[in-house]
Design a protein around this ligand. Structure first.
Ligand code: SF4
Length: 174
């Protein structure tokens, strides 16, 4: 035991250092999402994240958008607690049988115009959980999906690029 303790003191951490973040590219991407949101909606974008049954890997990347590194709110994009305040539903995971009704109700509670973004491989077709008795499939099995962001899980940059693609593809409401 003592040997092990000494070894852990002498030896440095075994984890690899995190790759350097390309802050300028990220800031540019987030600013473009913000500008596109103002152009299409006349205001900032409000996002409601919905976990329909994921392993939480996709949530960790979504939460990272709010950490000190990505700090999405500095560009005016924000996560909201209620679907009644949301423009976009960011749905992760395969849709489980237990979450199906909650997801449908969340969609019904979201005001128009609204968009559904399926996040991660599981949200597309069930991913590694496809075929499970507990899952009804991907998000499109329950809701109309406007965009799918692939990845297992997708990175915060991929999430931002997806939101930008969504905003650039939708037409301005009358
Ligand atoms: S796509 Fe990957 S990280 Fe996301 S819920 Fe599925 S298994 Fe988890």
């Amino acid at each position: 035991m003592r040997k092990l303790l000494l070894k852990s003191l002498v030896q440095g951490p075994l984890t690899e250092p995190a790759p350097p973040a390309d802050e300028s590219a990220l800031a540019e991407l987030a600013a473009r999402v913000s500008r596109a949101s103002w152009r299409r909606l006349g205001r900032t974008l409000s996002i409601r994240a919905v976990d329909a049954g994921s392993c939480n890997g996709c949530e960790l990347e979504i939460h990272a958008l709010n950490n000190v590194l990505y700090d999405l709110e500095r560009f005016g994009l924000r996560f909201v607690a209620s679907p009644r305040h949301a423009d976009v539903l960011l749905v992760t995971g395969p849709v489980t049988a237990n979450m199906r009704e909650a997801l449908e109700r969340t969609y019904q509670a979201t005001p128009e115009p609204k968009w559904v973004v399926a996040v991660g491989h599981c949200a597309r077709d069930g991913g590694v959980f496809a075929g499970s008795y507990a899952c009804v499939g991907g998000v499109s099995a329950v809701l109309p999906v406007d965009l799918h962001i692939p990845g297992c899980p997708p990175s915060p940059s991929a999430l931002l690029a997806g939101l930008l693609a969504l905003l650039e593809s939708v037409s301005k409401p009358p």
